[in-house]
Design a protein around this ligand. Sequence first.
Ligand code: SAH
Length: 325
Amino acid sequence: MTPLERALRDRIQAEGPISVEAFMEACNHYYYATRDPLGARGDFTTAPEVSQMFGELVGAALADCWKRAGEPADAIYGELGPGRGTLAADALRVLRAAGFVGEVHLVETSPVLREAQAAAVPDAHWHEAVDELPARPLLLVANEFLDALPIRQHVAGIERRIVIAGGGLAFDRAGETVETSPARDAAVAAIATCLAAMGGVAIIIDYGHATSAPGDTLQAVRGHDYAPVLANPGEQDLTAHVDFESVARAATNAGASVTPLVTQGEWLNRLGIGARAAGLANTNPERSDELASAVQRLTSSEEMGDLFKVLAIHSPDWPAPAGFE
Ligand code: SAH
């Protein structure tokens, strides 16, 4: 039994069944606090870890937006759940080259990952939660962040909970499941409120669906494979698909504008990933194969290209970033 399962069983015995939301929050908090889960030897690999081109194109989209907004000098770079800091380092290289000198503010709860981020992005500032970001014009990115925030599940209108049964953890009911995520909506509302008041743009990349629909999307990943959701609490990554309709609603309710939702493949192609790969291959011919396979992995519909979607939220006073129309 994992240490967290012991603690969760004690909690259920003392307080009664716990919600999916409380379970997911406890599991992910423990999971991220105790390891760097990324990369070949970890549990999963994210787009910025596949290739520098991902972060560079995010940086180029943000730099272009910042320039068209008149290069506000007090703007900051912000990122939610920056992992190893790879995306921030790649995006900032492009932003710095474009003349952006603003501060870097990272929202990260894991001490292990904060350490990795400090190595990749010296002089960053860290925050525990989205609403602690300073009130300044914001160039923000969140890749695979919202999927890690806890969801609630309801079956026939009743909240789904986790109980102890047959000597292990079990769901208390099954059936058509409706998911909501107050934690996600609150994070998006906090960002959108800041964007509406101070100016700026946020680029959100994640797996999920364009319109709200019933379905159980809670999943666990361990060692690059799916695992049973209730197995090994705290030792595997728990995520749920992002309901982008709900994200867009939370953003517009807070006074921000949203772009259409596009697939990651479409977005990266429109931003010129092909030309970027060709340019890099030209100066590094020995990397041609690696670059071609990275483009394939990031954009092809059989790999990350269609599953992952991109949405931008921006101040009504700022232009929408490139790649969405
Ligand atoms: N964006 C990175 C990492 C994605 S993994 C990449 O693309 O590689 C999810 C990240 O979100 C990790 O950095 C994790 O520690 C962080 N995280 C998860 N839940 C969080 C929370 N509630 N608050 C802040 N950060 C969180």
